[in-house]
Design a protein around this ligand. Structure first.
Ligand SMILES: NC(=O)c1ccc[n+]([C@@H]2O[C@H](COP(=O)([O-])OP(=O)(O)OC[C@H]3O[C@@H](n4cnc5c(N)ncnc54)[C@H](OP(=O)(O)O)[C@@H]3O)[C@@H](O)[C@H]2O)c1
Length: 299
């Protein structure tokens, strides 16, 4: 299958490129924006998402049968600081991608986020109504609606906090935490911020299955365990034989006193229906961390 990965140079995109690019069944092209990653044998296209002409040229060149759209301003703070830019990249450009998928008869897999929900209850099902509270979540929800309204053949994959070894120069929560704990630095972890963390390769399992099969609609692909960031951090510490006492609990009041901007938010995704549809094992946090450890560059 001819597959185009938009946002292939990002954290998740690099793992998608590596997995799909290794398959003899696929011819995979990827986009970057800041610059192409190291030469890995894949076909790279440097494209600014808001440049409609460049996107049209990209589709003409690659003639994709399937498009995996990952590119976004995925940093919540950056989206708040420059909301117009976030809307242009996350919503308007997605609308263009959807129209081009229609023109070229490409199936679209759009990767979205738990941040489309309001964070009041958490562990949201695929059929619950989003109510985003921050600009990043609003842009992703608006982009989802563009996909639902305009696309013929589509799947939306929402995920939760994704962890894995990042590419050089990039940051990711679990490796950052491991490095800090190794250096004896305490981590004050919120007890009332809830997520369903997923190891990046397990998310890619869901993306790969969706590309290969016929799974229209909204899919939730995240980890099985619904945990606080405190539980997540303590489990990471234990899995990597680090001093878990450095992971100190912090509730909303303590966060407010410390001036932390993190608000209590109960997100996390109920993925049971999607895992059943995709016929995938639903990975536990312990499984994800074991896989992270096994893949560690220098452990
Ligand atoms: N990581 C998570 O925990 C998480 C959780 C939930 C949902 N998601 C969703 O998953 C997707 C990928 O996330 P990620 O963590 O892999 O993000 P990331 O590492 O920040 O990568 C973002 C990608 O988008 C590209 N991009 C950004 N602005 C662009 C522009 N103006 N024009 C063209 N390309 C542009 C980047 O290109 P360059 O790198 O070349 O600049 C990069 O390839 C996002 O849609 C995000 O909403 C991520």
């Amino acid at each position: 299958m001819r597959i185009l990965v938009i946002g292939a140079s990002g954290f998740i995109g690099c793992y998608v490129m590596r997995r799909l690019g290794a398959s003899p069944d696929h011819a995979v092209s990827g986009t970057c924006w800041s610059g192409p990653p190291a030469d890995d044998g894949n076909a790279w296209h440097q494209v600014e998402l808001t440049d409609t002409t460049a996107l049209e040229g990209l589709f003409d060149d690659t003639q994709p049968e399937a498009v995996i759209h990952l590119a976004a301003i995925a940093d919540i703070g950056a989206a708040e600081r420059d909301p117009e830019r976030a809307t242009a990249v996350n919503v308007s450009a997605t609308s263009t991608v959807v129209r081009l998928c229609e023109r070229h008869g490409s199936k679209l897999i759009f990767v979205s986020t738990e941040c489309v929900f309001d964070g009041q209850r958490g562990f949201y099902r695929e059929d619950e109504t989003p109510r985003p509270t921050a600009h990043y979540g609003r842009t992703k929800w608006e982009a989802e609606q563009e996909v639902v309204w305009l696309a013929e053949s589509w799947s939306i994959i929402r995920t939760s906090i994704v962890y894995g070894w990042p590419h050089p120069g990039k940051r990711n929560f679990a490796p950052w935490l491991i490095e800090n704990l190794r250096g004896g630095q305490p981590y004050h972890a919120p007890t009332d911020v809830l997520r369903t963390p997923v190891y990046v390769e397990h998310l890619v399992d869901g993306i790969e299955r969706t590309v290969a099969g016929n799974y229209p609609g909204i899919l939730h692909v995240a980890g099985r365990d619904w945990v606080s960031m405190h539980e997540f951090a303590a489990t990471v510490a234990n899995a990597f034989d680090l001093d878990a006492s450095l992971v100190q609990p912090m509730d909303a009041d303590a966060q407010a006193r410390a001036g932390a901007s993190v608000r209590p938010d109960r997100l996390g995704l109920d993925c049971r229906e999607t895992m059943r549809r995709l016929n995938l094992e639903h990975p536990a946090l312990a499984d994800g961390l074991a896989a992270l450890k096994a893949a560690a560059p220098s452990f």
